[in-house]
Design a protein around this ligand. Structure first.
Ligand SMILES: [Zn+2]
Length: 393
């Protein structure tokens, strides 16, 4: 959370005090008071209010050479938790995570083809309730974040789902969840969540990260200087339906020659059907077993994706390019992507690109990214202040 303490005139609101503690804490009351410039009485009152919301905790005492050591205060990220759901075309992962973005429990299952949102979201909430009970964290549950394929408009929150997920567009996802839970709901593009999770895994505050998810479809997400960049309509990174010259393969979107029709998991399923492949797990298994048809198909898919990513790398100029999803994390696929990007991207952009690798967090990357975004939503100063106002009304 980037909060400019100097940007406000007048005293800092409780939400902004908490943001200072979250960014720079733990610190003593005295240090905090010096930082935010409030009278002792006002400060005590604001900290009490934040404690009532269970957003503040003590973190031990400051080392001291004499006298009673002062208590340290910090934002209570570990004390509250989120349900996060990474929803794909064919798979679903639900997790309980605390607001330090640590996953406490996770469960995965298949989603039947073309399942309606209501049925999938019902499963998310049922699994979520079980995981909260198993982890003993039901009382700490304070936010739900869902990652879905397709664009999510940053202003309206409405999303545009891929054609293989009919009924998932508009505000259906957000509204269906919000109707069933009493906590804030965050909906995010799954590749943005992946990129943000990889950014958090690195622990560096201001990296620029390109995250690419290759599962049934293809999507990418961009984190610029540590923050997700979504663009005007939320379509940043939607590379799956870029038309490739010289290709006429039919795509799930109804057009022909899209990158997704050539290099996605769905394209590999079609190509490898004669070899007995029926699922993405079959593709992974055949590559691991050294089956030549599968290796050739996966390598060519990686090469095609790398050609498009060379352009993206030249424009975004990231430090890291991480590949997620069951196909993206295949080392052979990542190797082919790397070769094509190094061959085709602008040389100066490549100077800053430290690596092209499978996601560090593997299949947990989107879940951890969603937990981080959920935490940012909970600790957003205006949300905290609104909650306090409602609490005292
Ligand atoms: Zn398409």
């Amino acid at each position: 959370m980037q909060v400019d303490v100097n940007a406000t005139s007048g005293p800092l609101s409780p939400g902004r005090i908490l943001a200072v503690l979250r960014r720079d804490g733990p610190m003593t009351r005295h240090e905090l008071q010096a930082r935010v410039g409030l009278s002792r009485a006002t400060m005590v009152e604001r900290l009490d209010a934040l404690s009532r919301l269970k957003l503040l905790r003590t973190a031990g005492r400051q080392a001291s050479s004499g006298g009673r050591p002062a208590e340290l205060l910090t934002a209570d990220e570990a004390g509250r938790c989120a349900l996060v759901a990474d929803i794909g075309v064919s798979h679903l992962a639900v997790a309980v995570a605390d607001l330090t973005a640590t996953v406490l429990a996770v469960r995965r299952e298949k989603v039947p083809a073309r399942q309606e949102p209501a049925a999938v979201l019902e499963r998310v909430l049922a699994i979520g309730a079980e995981l909260l009970a198993e982890t003993g964290r039901a009382e700490d549950f304070c936010v739900l974040a869902a990652g879905i394929p397709g664009q999510v408009d940053p202003t309206s929150g409405a999303n545009t789902a891929p054609p293989s997920m009919p009924g998932w567009s508009g505000t259906a996802v957000h509204d269906a969840i919000a109707a069933r839970v009493r906590v804030p709901v965050v909906v995010e593009n799954d590749a943005n969540a992946l990129a943000f999770g990889e950014h958090l895994a690195d622990g560096a505050p201001a990296t620029t990260m390109l995250g690419v998810k290759v599962g049934t479809g293809i999507g990418s997400g961009v984190v610029i200087n540590g923050r997700p960049y979504r663009g005007v309509t939320g379509s940043v990174g939607e590379i799956g339906h870029i038309k490739l010259a010289g290709h006429e393969e039919r795509c799930a979107c109804g057009r022909t020659g899209c990158l997704a029709a050539v290099a996605s998991g769905r394209a590999l399923l079609r190509l490898l059907r004669p070899s007995g492949v029926r699922t993405l797990a079959d593709v992974v298994r055949q590559v691991d077993q050294g089956r030549q048809e599968a290796i050739t198909a996966v390598t060519e898919a990686g090469r095609q994706l790398g050609g498009v990513l060379a352009t993206v790398v030249s424009i975004v100029n990231p430090q890291h390019l991480r590949l997620g999803g069951p196909i993206g994390t295949l080392p052979r696929f990542a190797d082919a992507v790397r070769t094509a990007v190094l061959d085709q991207a602008h040389p100066v952009a490549l100077l800053g690109l430290r690596e092209i690798t499978p996601a560090r967090l593997g299949d947990q990357a989107p879940l951890i990214g969603l937990a981080g975004l959920a935490a940012d939503a909970v600790f957003d100063p205006s949300t905290v202040d609104a909650q306090l106002a409602a609490d005292t009304a």
